[in-house]
Each structure stands twice: as structure tokens, then as C-alpha cells.
Ligand binder design. Structure first.
Ligand code: IPM
Ligand code: MG
Length: 399
């Protein structure tokens, strides 16, 4: 009996090894970065997703349309609304991303995406893979870039979470060897580590930041985290003006809570699962995951999203119009930065700081006692219209 189980597991493992080694060969080819300026129109895909997703995505699209009015008019950019990335549809075809949706996604070098439901064991849905995880893999979006800023507290962090490997890569390909023995796999490659680590150092260099911190658990998870860490220090040698240090994930979660220490961290780079966990904690200082946006960057595609879930309870209770679009608007600002409209991205961030953190003339509570998402988006657009936006923002910054 055990013999048979072992043979079966070995075959499974063999297939995994073949796939992974083939992937390493592909990574070695080291693709060029796409140049958005060469595309006309540049298609921005809008994907609603599940639950509150379509509602907050709609508000983000309104604000983007407002900011990009000229570029839309001149045909420089165009929106493509992509339907069908819903849990009902995915459950029906039993795929993380239905084929026709994937095809549409691939026509859009940049994508703004609402949250999608991730089924887990015991849910009414078939236990299909997360659409997020699948999209990151299919479009090779290897960098999950998540900034967290709380100026009043001196917090100014940016996390570079590796997005295609680690504990996630084979998260749906573990083995139940027997009824009692379950095994998952964690994958780290030299090439996969190098590209995310380099992006973090390049970011630091470009922005005049003199410290990059790696976060691992290399004292215990010696092989994979060990590789990530040694690649980190190898790459660091190419940036002699930047101080490189590393922390273990457990003490790092503690240090983020320590007001004495946390402001010293600026750029952090970390394997997938640690990045998942640490960025939720970090976002909490800024007001929770609802306030944070994330960029998923690859060389040919980029996808921008909220880092929170689809809030099915809000849908069940008929409260979708009160859902907070802030995270999607932050994601939209990152999208603008990424496609070369940095001045618009910066303005949107300033307006969101003013509306959400300082002035707070409208407050979203998620219920009827708060503002609707549409009213909040209007408030943001009114703020964007203010020719004094920048000085207004600076006044608030100074307290
Ligand atoms: C995130 C989310 C996803 C993740 C889930 C929805 C699969 O938590 O983007 O951080 O774990 O990466
Ligand atoms: Mg997460």
C-alpha cells in the first residue's frame, strides 16, 4: 500500500520537477520590458471581479476616465471592460481563469482588477485555484509592489513581494501521499529571486533611498529562503551606495509595531508568503487593507488591484454602494505611474491623502451611515479639480 503511494507521489514530483526546470530555462531568456509609449491605443483592461469588486472598479474607472480625458480623446489610451472573471463563471468551467477571459486579459498590457473570491476546502464552490494567483502566473507578474505611507508617523514603506514563486507556486499542486500524509512544495529559483531583488534595489536607487531590507526565514527554511538571501547579498554588491540588511519574518512582524524601529525600514523585498502576510500587517497602520493598492508588475503585463477581499457579506446585506473604492483608487494611481502619467498618479495620491486621511469631509463606513463609493469618487474628483491641490496637500503634510 505504502509502496504504491510512494510511487504515485514520485511520479507527481517528477512532473513538478520537469515543469519547474523548463520554467527556469524560460526565465533565463530574460525578456525585455515592454515600452508603453509604443502602443496606441494602450488598452487598460477593467476587471470587476466578485462581490463588491464591480462596484469599486466602476468608481476607479470613473476617476481614471476623468484624469485621462485627453489621452482617451486622442486615442492614446482606451478602456476594455472584461466581464466573466466571476466565481460563478470560474466554478462553471472549473478554471481559475476561463480561457476567453484570459485571452481578453492578454490583449491588455495594463489591467485594473477588483477582488476575486478564492475558494477553499469546504466552500460551496469547487476548490479551484485563486484567480489572482493564476493571473500572476499566466501573465508572469513577478513583482507585487505594495507601498504603505503614514506621514504623521514617519512610516514610508514599500514592499517588493515576490509574486510567482515561493509557497504559492505549487499551492494547488501539493500531494496527499496517504490519508495521513500531506505535502506541499515551496519553490525558489535564482532567476526568480534575482529579478525581484534587482527591482527593489533599482527602486531604491532611483528614489534616493539608501537601505534595502530582505525578509526571510532562512535560519529554518534553509534551502529556498537560503537561496533568496544569498541572491540578495550577491545583487546588493552591485549597489555599493545602498545598505543591505536582512531580518527574519517573525521579528520583522514585531519590529513593524515598534515605533522606535519601524521608521528606519524603507524598501523591503521578500518571498511570496511572507510578503502576503507582512503587507496586510503593514497596511493596517495606514487604515487597513481597504486603503492599500497593489501593483503586480511583469515585463509585458502589469495588473493593479485592491489587496482586500470581495466582501460577500456586503453583497448579501445589500450594502455594495457603500463599499470603499479607496484601495482601487490607490491601485489606479499606481497604474498611472506605471504607464508614464506620473504627474496624474501623484495628483491622485495627493487627493486620496486629503480626502481619506486629512480632510475627511466624507467618510465611508461600509454602511448607510457613511458615504457611498460614488459620492467618495465625486469628492476625490472635486479635489483633483482644485488648482491649489499641491499646496493644500503640503499644508496637511506639515500638520
Ligand atoms: C493578496 C491576497 C491573495 C494572496 C489571495 C486572495 C490569493 O491575499 O493579494 O495578498 O494571497 O496573494
Ligand atoms: Mg494577502
Amino acid at each position: 500500500m505504502n509502496r504504491e503511494a510512494i510511487e504515485k507521489a514520485k511520479r507527481h514530483f517528477e512532473r513538478i520537477l520537469e515543469e519547474q526546470l523548463a520554467r527556469v530555462e524560460r526565465l533565463k531568456q530574460d525578456e525585455e520590458w515592454i515600452d508603453f509609449r509604443e502602443l496606441k491605443p494602450l488598452y487598460i483592461g477593467i476587471v470587476g471581479g466578485d462581490g463588491i469588486g464591480p462596484y469599486i472598479a466602476e468608481q476607479a474607472q470613473r476617476v481614471l476616465a476623468f484624469l485621462l480625458a485627453n489621452a482617451l480623446e486622442s486615442g492614446q489610451v482606451a478602456f476594455k471592460v472584461i466581464e466573466g472573471l466571476t466565481i460563478e463563471n470560474r466554478a462553471r468551467v472549473k478554471k481559475a481563469i476561463p480561457d476567453d477571459v484570459l485571452e481578453q486579459l492578454k490583449q491588455c498590457p495594463v489591467i485594473l482588477k477588483g477582488p476575486t473570491t478564492t475558494p477553499r476546502k469546504g466552500d460551496p464552490w469547487p476548490n479551484i485555484e485563486s484567480a489572482n494567483v493564476a493571473m500572476r502566473r499566466e501573465l508572469d507578474l513577478f513583482a507585487n509592489v505594495r507601498p504603505v505611507r503614514v506621514p504623521q508617523e514617519g512610516i514610508d514603506w514599500i514592499f517588493f513581494r515576490e509574486n510567482t514563486e515561493g509557497a504559492y507556486m505549487l499551492g494547488s499542486k501539493g500531494i496527499d501521499v496517504t490519508d495521513d500524509l500531506a505535502m506541499d512544495f515551496k519553490v525558489i529559483t535564482t532567476q526568480g529571486s534575482e529579478r525581484i531583488i534587482r527591482l527593489a534595489f533599482d527602486y531604491a536607487q532611483k528614489n534616493g533611498i539608501d537601505r534595502v531590507t530582505a525578509v526571510t526565514k532562512a535560519n529554518v527554511i534553509k534551502t529556498t529562503d537560503g537561496k533568496f538571501l544569498s541572491v540578495f547579498y550577491e545583487v546588493a554588491k552591485e549597489y555599493p551606495d545602498i545598505q543591505a540588511d536582512d531580518w527574519y519574518i517573525d521579528i520583522m512582524t514585531a519590529k513593524l509595531v515598534d515605533p522606535q524601529r519601524r521608521t528606519q525600514f524603507r524598501v523591503m523585498v521578500l518571498p511570496n508568503l511572507y510578503g502576503d502576510i507582512l503587507t496586510d500587517e503593514a497596511a493596517q497602520f495606514q487604515g487597513g487593507v481597504g486603503t492599500a493598492g497593489a501593483a503586480n508588475i511583469g515585463k509585458r503585463y502589469a495588473m493593479f488591484e485592491a489587496i482586500h477581499g470581495s466582501a460577500p457579506r456586503m453583497v448579501q446585506e445589500g450594502r455594495t454602494q457603500y463599499a470603499d473604492p479607496s484601495s482601487m483608487l490607490r491601485a489606479a494611481a499606481m497604474l498611472l505611474n506605471h504607464i508614464g502619467y506620473e504627474h496624474l498618479g501623484r495628483k491622485l495620491d495627493m487627493a486620496l491623502d486629503i480626502c481619506g486621511q486629512y480632510e475627511r469631509k466624507l467618510v465611508i463606513t461600509g454602511r448607510a451611515d457613511g458615504a457611498t463609493g460614488a459620492a467618495f469618487a465625486d469628492y476625490v474628483m472635486d479635489t483633483l479639480k482644485d488648482p491649489q491641490l499641491e499646496s493644500r496637500w503640503e499644508r496637511y503634510q506639515q500638520g
